[in-house]
Design a protein around this ligand. Sequence first.
Ligand code: NDP
Ligand code: 8X3
Length: 253
Amino acid sequence: MNKTIIITGATTGFGRATALKFAENGFNIIITGRRKKLLDELENELRAIGKTKVLSLNFDVRKKDEVESAIGNLGAEWKKIDILVNNAGLAVGLSHIQEGDTDDWDRMIDTNVKGLLYVTRVVAPLMIARNRGHIFNIGSIAGIETYENGNVYCASKFAVGALSKSMRIDMLKNNIKVTLIAPGMAETEFSIVRFKGDEQKAKNVYKGINALTAGDIADVIYYCATLPEHVCINEIVITPTQQASVNHNVRRE
Ligand code: NDP
Ligand code: 8X3
Protein backbone atom coordinates (compact mmCIF):
# COMPACT_ATOMS: atom_id res chain seq x y z
CA MET A 1 0.00 0.00 0.00
CA ASN A 2 1.25 3.49 -0.85
CA LYS A 3 2.37 5.70 2.03
CA THR A 4 0.96 9.20 2.47
CA ILE A 5 2.90 12.43 2.95
CA ILE A 6 1.53 15.89 3.78
CA ILE A 7 3.69 18.89 2.94
CA THR A 8 2.98 22.44 4.13
CA GLY A 9 4.05 25.25 1.80
CA ALA A 10 4.16 23.11 -1.33
CA THR A 11 3.45 25.90 -3.83
CA THR A 12 7.14 26.75 -4.38
CA GLY A 13 10.68 25.94 -3.25
CA PHE A 14 11.50 23.01 -0.97
CA GLY A 15 7.86 22.01 -0.50
CA ARG A 16 7.15 21.80 -4.21
CA ALA A 17 10.35 19.85 -4.93
CA THR A 18 9.56 17.46 -2.07
CA ALA A 19 6.07 16.81 -3.45
CA LEU A 20 7.52 15.97 -6.87
CA LYS A 21 10.22 13.71 -5.40
CA PHE A 22 7.77 11.68 -3.32
CA ALA A 23 5.20 11.49 -6.12
CA GLU A 24 7.84 10.10 -8.47
CA ASN A 25 8.44 7.43 -5.85
CA GLY A 26 4.81 6.40 -5.50
CA PHE A 27 3.72 8.21 -2.31
CA ASN A 28 0.19 9.63 -2.01
CA ILE A 29 0.60 13.35 -1.59
CA ILE A 30 -1.29 16.07 0.29
CA ILE A 31 -0.06 19.46 -0.84
CA THR A 32 -0.94 22.64 1.04
CA GLY A 33 -0.37 26.38 0.69
CA ARG A 34 -2.11 29.71 0.30
CA ARG A 35 -1.73 30.30 -3.46
CA LYS A 36 -4.55 28.25 -4.99
CA LYS A 37 -3.39 28.71 -8.62
CA LEU A 38 0.07 27.30 -7.85
CA LEU A 39 -1.49 24.45 -5.87
CA ASP A 40 -3.74 23.60 -8.84
CA GLU A 41 -0.77 23.62 -11.24
CA LEU A 42 1.26 21.36 -8.97
CA GLU A 43 -1.71 19.04 -8.45
CA ASN A 44 -1.92 18.56 -12.24
CA GLU A 45 1.83 17.97 -12.47
CA LEU A 46 1.73 15.37 -9.70
CA ARG A 47 -1.26 13.61 -11.26
CA ALA A 48 0.57 13.50 -14.60
CA ILE A 49 3.34 11.46 -12.96
CA GLY A 50 0.60 8.88 -12.69
CA LYS A 51 1.84 6.81 -9.74
CA THR A 52 -0.06 8.35 -6.92
CA LYS A 53 -3.19 9.94 -5.42
CA VAL A 54 -3.06 13.70 -4.86
CA LEU A 55 -5.07 15.99 -2.60
CA SER A 56 -4.65 19.71 -2.41
CA LEU A 57 -5.64 21.75 0.65
CA ASN A 58 -5.72 25.52 0.40
CA PHE A 59 -5.12 27.08 3.82
CA ASP A 60 -2.95 29.48 5.77
CA VAL A 61 -0.96 27.75 8.54
CA ARG A 62 -1.36 30.87 10.72
CA LYS A 63 -5.12 30.34 10.90
CA LYS A 64 -5.80 27.70 13.51
CA ASP A 65 -9.42 27.20 12.42
CA GLU A 66 -8.41 26.68 8.78
CA VAL A 67 -5.73 24.15 9.79
CA GLU A 68 -8.11 22.23 12.05
CA SER A 69 -10.90 22.15 9.50
CA ALA A 70 -8.73 21.24 6.48
CA ILE A 71 -6.94 18.36 8.20
CA GLY A 72 -9.76 17.42 10.58
CA ASN A 73 -12.16 16.91 7.66
CA LEU A 74 -9.91 14.53 5.74
CA GLY A 75 -11.48 11.22 4.79
CA ALA A 76 -10.41 8.10 6.69
CA GLU A 77 -7.91 6.98 4.02
CA TRP A 78 -6.20 10.39 3.82
CA LYS A 79 -5.99 10.53 7.62
CA LYS A 80 -3.46 7.69 7.48
CA ILE A 81 -0.58 10.14 7.26
CA ASP A 82 2.87 8.56 7.38
CA ILE A 83 5.01 11.67 6.89
CA LEU A 84 4.47 15.33 7.77
CA VAL A 85 6.84 17.94 6.37
CA ASN A 86 6.46 21.18 8.33
CA ASN A 87 8.00 23.35 5.65
CA ALA A 88 5.80 26.48 5.31
CA GLY A 89 7.86 29.39 6.49
CA LEU A 90 9.48 32.66 5.63
CA ALA A 91 11.84 35.47 6.51
CA VAL A 92 10.48 38.98 6.12
CA GLY A 93 12.83 41.95 6.36
CA LEU A 94 16.46 42.20 7.40
CA SER A 95 17.19 44.95 9.92
CA HIS A 96 18.68 45.69 13.30
CA ILE A 97 16.37 44.84 16.17
CA GLN A 98 15.83 48.49 17.14
CA GLU A 99 14.59 49.23 13.62
CA GLY A 100 12.57 46.05 13.06
CA ASP A 101 9.05 46.16 11.67
CA THR A 102 6.80 44.51 14.25
CA ASP A 103 4.37 43.35 11.53
CA ASP A 104 7.26 41.44 9.93
CA TRP A 105 8.04 39.90 13.32
CA ASP A 106 4.42 38.78 13.71
CA ARG A 107 4.41 37.18 10.25
CA MET A 108 7.58 35.18 10.97
CA ILE A 109 6.60 34.04 14.44
CA ASP A 110 3.02 33.26 13.42
CA THR A 111 4.10 31.23 10.38
CA ASN A 112 7.39 29.59 11.38
CA VAL A 113 6.50 28.77 14.98
CA LYS A 114 2.75 28.94 15.60
CA GLY A 115 1.82 27.58 12.15
CA LEU A 116 4.14 24.63 12.61
CA LEU A 117 2.58 24.00 16.02
CA TYR A 118 -1.02 24.18 14.76
CA VAL A 119 -0.32 21.67 11.97
CA THR A 120 1.60 19.33 14.27
CA ARG A 121 -1.17 19.49 16.88
CA VAL A 122 -3.66 18.12 14.34
CA VAL A 123 -1.45 15.60 12.52
CA ALA A 124 0.47 14.10 15.47
CA PRO A 125 -2.60 12.46 17.10
CA LEU A 126 -3.41 10.78 13.76
CA MET A 127 0.10 9.31 13.72
CA ILE A 128 -0.02 8.32 17.38
CA ALA A 129 -3.30 6.47 16.78
CA ARG A 130 -1.45 4.27 14.27
CA ASN A 131 1.75 4.08 16.38
CA ARG A 132 3.81 5.22 13.41
CA GLY A 133 4.89 8.38 11.64
CA HIS A 134 7.74 10.67 10.70
CA ILE A 135 7.72 14.43 11.19
CA PHE A 136 10.20 16.66 9.34
CA ASN A 137 10.63 20.20 10.61
CA ILE A 138 12.38 22.58 8.25
CA GLY A 139 14.60 24.69 10.48
CA SER A 140 17.70 26.47 9.21
CA ILE A 141 21.35 27.07 9.96
CA ALA A 142 19.84 30.37 11.17
CA GLY A 143 18.38 28.23 13.97
CA ILE A 144 21.85 27.10 15.02
CA GLU A 145 23.80 30.36 14.77
CA THR A 146 22.65 33.97 14.50
CA TYR A 147 23.75 36.70 12.10
CA GLU A 148 23.51 40.48 12.08
CA ASN A 149 19.97 41.61 11.18
CA GLY A 150 18.66 38.03 11.36
CA ASN A 151 17.32 38.42 14.92
CA VAL A 152 13.63 37.42 14.77
CA TYR A 153 13.98 35.00 11.83
CA CYS A 154 16.86 33.30 13.70
CA ALA A 155 14.78 33.17 16.89
CA SER A 156 11.90 31.54 15.03
CA LYS A 157 14.22 28.86 13.64
CA PHE A 158 15.88 28.31 17.05
CA ALA A 159 12.33 27.62 18.25
CA VAL A 160 11.89 25.04 15.47
CA GLY A 161 15.07 23.34 16.71
CA ALA A 162 13.82 23.28 20.31
CA LEU A 163 10.41 22.00 19.25
CA SER A 164 11.98 19.24 17.15
CA LYS A 165 13.92 17.96 20.17
CA SER A 166 10.86 18.23 22.41
CA MET A 167 8.58 16.46 19.94
CA ARG A 168 11.03 13.59 19.62
CA ILE A 169 11.04 13.15 23.40
CA ASP A 170 7.27 13.57 23.82
CA MET A 171 6.41 11.04 21.12
CA LEU A 172 9.23 8.57 21.78
CA LYS A 173 6.81 6.05 23.29
CA ASN A 174 4.56 6.44 20.24
CA ASN A 175 7.21 5.36 17.73
CA ILE A 176 7.22 8.74 15.94
CA LYS A 177 10.44 9.82 14.23
CA VAL A 178 11.28 13.54 14.22
CA THR A 179 13.94 14.96 11.92
CA LEU A 180 15.16 18.56 11.89
CA ILE A 181 16.42 19.67 8.48
CA ALA A 182 18.64 22.75 8.76
CA PRO A 183 19.62 24.14 5.35
CA GLY A 184 21.95 27.01 4.54
CA MET A 185 21.76 29.17 1.41
CA ALA A 186 19.23 27.80 -1.06
CA GLU A 187 17.90 29.74 -4.04
CA THR A 188 14.11 29.61 -3.98
CA GLU A 189 11.51 32.38 -3.49
CA PHE A 190 12.91 32.75 0.05
CA SER A 191 14.94 35.94 -0.53
CA ILE A 192 12.31 37.46 -2.83
CA VAL A 193 9.85 37.14 0.06
CA ARG A 194 12.43 38.44 2.54
CA PHE A 195 13.01 41.54 0.38
CA LYS A 196 9.30 41.98 -0.29
CA GLY A 197 9.43 41.37 -4.04
CA ASP A 198 12.81 43.00 -4.85
CA GLU A 199 14.14 40.31 -7.21
CA GLN A 200 17.50 42.01 -7.88
CA LYS A 201 18.29 42.28 -4.17
CA ALA A 202 17.28 38.64 -3.78
CA LYS A 203 19.55 37.54 -6.65
CA ASN A 204 22.53 39.35 -5.12
CA VAL A 205 22.30 37.17 -2.00
CA TYR A 206 23.49 34.19 -4.07
CA LYS A 207 25.91 36.04 -6.37
CA GLY A 208 29.06 33.95 -6.83
CA ILE A 209 27.65 31.07 -4.76
CA ASN A 210 26.61 27.76 -6.20
CA ALA A 211 23.64 27.67 -3.82
CA LEU A 212 21.60 24.66 -2.77
CA THR A 213 18.55 23.93 -4.88
CA ALA A 214 15.10 22.92 -3.68
CA GLY A 215 15.78 19.53 -5.27
CA ASP A 216 18.83 19.05 -3.02
CA ILE A 217 16.65 19.46 0.06
CA ALA A 218 13.95 17.15 -1.35
CA ASP A 219 16.60 14.47 -1.95
CA VAL A 220 17.80 14.71 1.66
CA ILE A 221 14.25 14.50 3.04
CA TYR A 222 13.57 11.48 0.84
CA TYR A 223 16.77 9.79 2.01
CA CYS A 224 15.86 10.32 5.70
CA ALA A 225 12.26 9.18 5.11
CA THR A 226 13.23 5.90 3.48
CA LEU A 227 15.76 4.58 5.98
CA PRO A 228 14.93 1.37 7.85
CA GLU A 229 12.24 1.55 10.55
CA HIS A 230 14.79 1.47 13.41
CA VAL A 231 16.87 4.42 12.07
CA CYS A 232 15.98 8.05 12.86
CA ILE A 233 18.14 10.94 11.65
CA ASN A 234 17.62 13.51 14.40
CA GLU A 235 19.16 16.57 12.79
CA ILE A 236 20.88 17.34 9.53
CA VAL A 237 22.71 20.54 8.54
CA ILE A 238 23.17 21.12 4.79
CA THR A 239 25.08 24.00 3.24
CA PRO A 240 26.46 24.74 -0.19
CA THR A 241 30.14 23.74 -0.36
CA GLN A 242 30.92 27.48 -0.52
CA GLN A 243 29.28 28.11 2.89
CA ALA A 244 30.68 27.04 6.29
CA SER A 245 28.33 28.91 8.64
CA VAL A 246 25.72 31.66 8.51
CA ASN A 247 28.60 34.14 8.65
CA HIS A 248 31.18 32.40 6.46
CA ASN A 249 30.97 31.86 2.74
CA VAL A 250 33.30 32.29 -0.20
CA ARG A 251 32.07 33.88 -3.44
CA ARG A 252 33.61 33.04 -6.80
CA GLU A 253 33.14 34.89 -10.09
P1 NDP B 1 9.76 29.61 -0.65
O1 NDP B 1 9.41 31.04 -0.38
O2 NDP B 1 10.09 29.23 -2.04
O3 NDP B 1 8.59 28.65 -0.12
C1 NDP B 1 7.88 28.92 1.07
C2 NDP B 1 6.59 28.14 1.07
O4 NDP B 1 5.92 28.39 2.31
C3 NDP B 1 5.64 28.55 -0.05
O5 NDP B 1 5.09 27.40 -0.62
C4 NDP B 1 4.57 29.35 0.65
O6 NDP B 1 3.32 29.14 0.01
C5 NDP B 1 4.56 28.69 2.04
N1 NDP B 1 4.00 29.57 3.06
C6 NDP B 1 4.50 30.75 3.51
N2 NDP B 1 3.67 31.27 4.42
C7 NDP B 1 2.61 30.43 4.54
C8 NDP B 1 1.42 30.43 5.30
N3 NDP B 1 1.13 31.41 6.16
N4 NDP B 1 0.57 29.40 5.17
C9 NDP B 1 0.83 28.38 4.31
N5 NDP B 1 1.94 28.31 3.56
C10 NDP B 1 2.82 29.33 3.67
O7 NDP B 1 10.98 29.30 0.33
P2 NDP B 1 11.78 27.93 0.68
O8 NDP B 1 11.29 26.79 -0.08
O9 NDP B 1 13.20 28.28 0.61
O10 NDP B 1 11.38 27.80 2.21
C11 NDP B 1 10.81 26.66 2.79
C12 NDP B 1 11.24 26.59 4.24
O11 NDP B 1 12.65 26.44 4.29
C13 NDP B 1 10.92 27.82 5.09
O12 NDP B 1 10.51 27.37 6.36
C14 NDP B 1 12.26 28.55 5.18
O13 NDP B 1 12.36 29.32 6.33
C15 NDP B 1 13.21 27.36 5.21
N6 NDP B 1 14.59 27.62 4.82
C16 NDP B 1 14.90 28.20 3.62
C17 NDP B 1 16.23 28.39 3.28
C18 NDP B 1 16.66 29.07 2.02
O14 NDP B 1 17.79 29.59 1.96
N7 NDP B 1 15.85 29.08 0.98
C19 NDP B 1 17.32 27.92 4.15
C20 NDP B 1 16.87 27.35 5.38
C21 NDP B 1 15.57 27.18 5.68
P3 NDP B 1 2.18 30.23 -0.19
O15 NDP B 1 2.84 31.56 -0.28
O16 NDP B 1 1.50 29.80 -1.46
O17 NDP B 1 1.31 30.06 1.00
C1 8X3 C 1 17.66 30.66 5.50
C2 8X3 C 1 19.14 30.69 5.60
O1 8X3 C 1 21.13 32.11 6.24
O2 8X3 C 1 19.47 33.09 4.77
O3 8X3 C 1 17.10 30.03 6.58
O4 8X3 C 1 18.99 32.77 7.09
S1 8X3 C 1 19.70 32.25 5.95
